[in-house]
Design a protein around this ligand. Structure first.
Ligand code: PGA
Length: 256
């Protein structure tokens, strides 16, 4: 059975070492006995180091929100995967819709980052998802297929198994509009079909696919009970200890 993964994506919030540490000090004892869920916190770069020290010897893992595909050089403002590794990051979010839409990241760029992350033994969490207009025009599957083809271009079976996919319908991110469990499950199942076409059933069964987009304590469990949903990538609700803990518990409950 796939182990669910709950990622807290703090975005450009809670970036000072002090505020990040304060929240995690409360969360750590609450989740310390949870074994059936992988928990990953992705703070802003400025808090990564402080957070790593606090997470030492806990069951919470550290993730970054982005990285560049080169290790070193004249790339002002970018972050190298080598630096992330050096401070103990295990995960990295790639191709979040905010990176795609606001910072114009393309599938081709995300593919380069993905290959680099995999070669550096970072675990990538790769986001895909459709805009509202695309959903309303009945184009969701087409969009997902194109994003999958381009973003995962030349990714081997072994690499795919090490990659987490986050299906995040853009219209559900930060809007309070969650996809219904059925809507999310339909696309998750479709993503698995695409993986089977490209690889094989065994690979498909191993890849974790998170849902993301307005996950809250009151909708988490129902989403995580869907057969193809392996946890979630949580934005807003990951900023408060109570709501994040409730969502982690919801994932844990589905595995009891
Ligand atoms: P949200 O963000 O939970 O605030 O909708 C999810 C995400 O962007 O990963």
């Amino acid at each position: 059975m796939r182990k669910p993964i709950i990622g807290g994506n703090w975005k450009m919030n809670r970036g000072s070492p002090a505020e990040a540490s304060e929240m995690l000090k409360q969360l750590i004892p609450l989740v310390k006995d949870i074994q059936s869920v992988d928990i990953v916190i992705s703070p802003p770069f400025t808090a990564l180091y402080a957070v790593k020290e606090i997470l030492e010897s806990t069951n919470i893992k550290l993730g970054a929100q982005n990285m560049y595909f080169e290790e070193k050089g004249a790339y002002t403002g970018e972050i190298s995967p080598t630096f992330l590794k050096a401070i103990g990051c295990e995960y990295v979010i790639l191709g979040h819709s905010e990176r795609r839409n606001i910072f114009k990241e393309t599938d081709a760029l995300i593919n380069k980052k993905l290959k680099k992350a995999l070669s550096m033994d970072l675990s990538p969490i790769v986001c895909i998802g459709e805009h509202l207009e695309e959903r309303e025009a009945g184009k969701t599957k087409e969009i997902i297929q194109t994003q999958m083809d381009r973003t995962f271009k030349e990714i081997t079976r072994e690499e795919m198994i090490r990659t987490v996919i986050a299906y995040e319908p853009i219209w559900a991110i930060g809007t309070g509009k969650t996809a219904t469990p059925e809507q999310a499950e339909e696309i998750h199942a479709f993503i698995r079909e695409l993986l089977t076409q490209r690889y094989d059933k065994e690979t498909t069964d191993s890849v974790r696919i998170q849902y993301g987009g307005s996950i809250k304590p009151n909708n988490a469990e129902e989403l995580f009970r869907q057969g193809n949903i392996d946890g979630g990538l949580v934005g807003g609700a990951s900023l408060q200890v109570d709501s994040l803990f409730a969502i982690i518990k919801a994932a844990d409950k589905t595995r009891l």
